[in-house]
Write a protein that binds this ligand. Structure first.
Ligand code: HDE
Length: 694
């Protein structure tokens, strides 16, 4: 890589560096730079007297503190960001003039913010919700914001309904209950009144609503955009992010328990992965439809409640994003990041998707309130690396010192500077689409089919994914108090699938569907099932349950294989400190049963050692740990003496061994046991099972 390319990649970082400040080795001062002799005692009239007005330091310190909050985002309040870069695999010149998609050797800096939608800033990470996936590309042509979600469709077709759906899904206004949840009356009342939400509800109540990690979820631009090339030729496009680790989810039971054990589970996971050098990677994919094919499909390509099935319109992978740097300051970077659909660059353009059109208004508007005025683009995280020159002036917290008398255009005094640029010179020109129509408040007939793709999604799920959807309905709709709404949900989803509607009815205690709705006839789209994803044991976490007197050789062999394959291993025991093997070799305990829980791991291993196993038999927490991991269908392995522990703890019918090879036994529940001191092959099998996720 040449120096110039390196510089481009680092340009954003260098820009941010200019604003960074560290207190290390420095003297305490006021905001005006006066050094201070004391910051822990107010200035008072006498040692036991009142505080004196003159105490400028007290007043400055307290006033600043009183003002240190800004409004949280009205939606997507809870989020977490990271820096990285994007690199195209090949030139996309044929399709777009966007500079950051031209040259595979150019790295464009990015900042990504992942978020939940409904919960407030302090809510838990693992709630059932849509996840935001917003990427700011700091391109040499200005910032391009791809503000997407981890689901490819949305609840509504028209932005004007957004305040309604958000009011319905947020906590109910009289008592502000429930937090970060759709499981309440107002949301489901809204759903049955808004049938266009059917498809999105299927995604939300599927495993996609409870991702295992931000690193293991897809991202989607949702709307149909345009790519425009140098010749001005345009095509329709949808954007996809595909995680290299595959798309994986928690179970509902895990998600709920993790929310209590570690509400920061997802942000911790992202932060740790980047700190460990395990940089999350996402490939950028595009689906392209030619302009003359706009009406070739049985859905409207501008309808944001529809996907473009991948089997029909394949996703072409065009580049990769790597997140390789954690932020230095959450507030300065993640909290002040201001995304906006209107941050666009030449070569990409909008379409008439009515949801997209409305978002183009909302994002700028919301930043004006949240960040306190029109100069939020000057906050370091939001600054483009491209030069900024215009006649916009003044306003709260203006940083730029614009020189000269001329702040208008056209002007003669400054020879018309700053000058506009033609399309050929890289000036943004809106795509000249012919639009002709009456002013109406009316949705096109082509947007009216709300059930075919909801059925496509449901029918493309594997049996266990369908079961998870049924259970999710039981929880979400089961929490609705009004029986009328529950019945309406059943009737609504009988338009998607009778099986689904009957399952919902059974679980929430209402009548099976009364209406005789037709189920849409669809053939599945395999790409929708998470069974089709990539599987890898990379960066997974394994707990080793231990007590004094374990067999160190077994422990070390397993740990070596796992660690050599980028699996994280933690030793969990009743108390922190050190444990000793049967030969008195010491090992450090990483977590005790109070500071962790089985839901924090993707698998467990228990080595042999009689004394150690006898003790685990008496540790209720160890037995619960094994039972829980088994119940969540994760990989569990025991060697030698520990096999007996498993047979005691696990349900009788769990069939510890259904298959035997090389002294090694395993079954399709992911339970692995071995009676041998040679664990090499066994640890490989464990690794393979771990990669299967469950
Ligand atoms: Fe947003 N959305 N949204 N949204 N959205 C916001 O902007 C809005 C929609 C998405 O990490 C807000 O800065 C309207 C779809 C993400 O900072 C606000 C409509 C998609 C984020 C807003 C939608 C999204 C937001 C709140 C209906 C996926 C977080 C704070 C037309 C494609 C960005 C803010 C971040 C945030 C409005 C629908 C994604 C109020 C009006 C569809 C990832 O402007």
């Amino acid at each position: 890589m040449t120096n110039e390319q390196n510089n481009h990649q680092d340009a954003k970082n260098e820009q941010l560096n200019a604003f960074k400040n560290s207190n290390q080795g420095e003297k305490l001062s006021t905001n005006q730079g006066a050094k201070l002799s004391d910051t822990s005692q107010s200035l008072t009239a006498g040692e036991r007297g009142p505080t004196i007005m003159e105490d400028f330091h007290f007043r400055e310190k307290m006033t600043h503190f009183d003002h240190e909050r800004i409004p949280e985002r009205v939606v997507h309040a809870r989020g977490f960001g990271a820096h990285g870069y994007f690199q195209p695999y090949e030139s996309m010149k044929e399709l777009t003039s966007a500079k950051f998609l031209q040259d595979p050797s150019v790295k464009t800096p990015v900042f990504v913010r992942f978020s939940t939608v409904v919960g407030s800033r302090g809510s838990a990470d693992t709630v059932r919700d849509v996840r935001g996936f917003a990427t700011k590309f700091y391109t040499e042509d200005g910032n391009f914001d791809l503000v997407g979600n981890n689901m490819p469709v949305f609840f509504i077709q028209d932005a004007i309904k957004f305040p309604d759906i958000v009011h319905a899904i947020k906590p109910e206004p009289d008592n502000e209950i429930p937090q970060a949840s759709a499981a309440h009356d107002t949301f489901w009342d809204w759903v049955v009144q808004n049938r266009e939400s059917a498809h999105m509800i299927m995604w939300l109540l599927s495993d996609r609503g409870i991702p295992r990690s931000f690193r293991m979820m897809e991202g989607f631009g949702v709307h149909t955009f345009r790519l425009v090339n140098d010749q001005g030729k345009a095509r329709f496009v949808k954007f996809h992010w595909k995680p290299l680790l595959g798309t994986h989810s928690l179970t509902w039971d895990e998600a709920q328990k993790i929310a209590g054990k570690n509400p920061d589970y997802h942000r911790q996971d992202l932060w740790d992965a980047i700190n460990n050098g395990e940089y999350p990677e996402f490939e950028l994919g595009i689906q392209v439809i030619e302009e003359n094919q706009e009406f070739d499909f049985d859905f409207d390509i501008l309808d944001p409640t529809k996907i473009w099935p991948e089997e029909q319109i394949p996703v072409k992978i065009i580049g990769k994003m790597t997140l390789n740097r954690n932020q230095d300051n959450f507030f300065a970077e993640t909290e002040q990041a201001a995304f906006h659909m209107g941050n666009i660059v030449p070569g990409i353009d909008f379409t008439n998707d009515p949801l997209l059109q409305g978002r183009l208004f909302s994002y700028l508007d919301t930043q004006l309130l949240r960040l306190g005025g029109p100069n939020f683009h000057e906050i370091p995280i939001n600054r483009p690396i491209a030069p900024v020159h215009n006649n916009q002036r003044d306003g709260f917290h203006r940083m730029t010192i614009n020189k000269g008398k001329v702040a208008y255009s056209p002007n003669g005094l400054q020879n018309n500077d700053p000058q506009t640029s033609s399309f050929a010179e890289g000036g943004f020109e809106h795509y000249q689409e012919k639009v002709d129509g009456y002013k109406v408040r009316k949705r096109s007939e082509s947007f009216k089919d709300h059930y075919t793709q909801a059925a496509l999604f449901y029918n493309s799920m594997s049996e266990h994914e369908k079961r998870h959807i049924h259970k999710a309905f039981h929880f979400e709709v089961g929490n609705v108090k009004d029986p009328k709404i529950k019945q309406q949900v059943v009737e609504m989803f009988s338009n998607v699938s009778h099986t689904l509607a009957n399952e919902i009815a059974k679980g929430v205690g209402v009548e099976p569907p009364q209406s005789n709705n037709q189920e849409p006839q669809v053939s599945p789209s395999p790409a929708l099932s998470q069974l089709q994803t990539t599987f890898s044991s990379n960066t997974r976490k394994v707990a080793v349950l231990l007590a004094d007197g374990f067999k160190n050789k077994e422990l070390q062999e397993m740990m070596t294989t796992l660690r050599n394959n980028d699996v994280h291993v933690e030793i969990v025991s009743k108390t922190l400190g050190k444990l000793h093997s049967d030969q008195n070799e010491p090992v450090d305990v990483h977590k005790n049963y109070s500071t962790t829980h089985s839901v924090m791991y993707d698998g467990i291993f228990v080595p042999g050692g009689k004394q150690h196993v006898d003790q685990l038999m008496t540790h209720k927490e160890a037995k619960d740990f094994i039972k829980d991991t088994f119940a969540h269908a994760k990989t569990i392995a025991a060697s030698n003496d520990a096999v007996e522990l498993f047979s005691t703890v696990l349900p009788q019918n769990s069939q510890l061994a259904t298959k035997q090879s090389n002294n090694e036994m395993f079954n399709d529940h992911g339970v692995l046991t071995i009676q041998s001191e040679q664990l090499q092959d066994f640890s490989q099998t464990f690794l393979e099972q771990l990669a299967q996720h469950r």
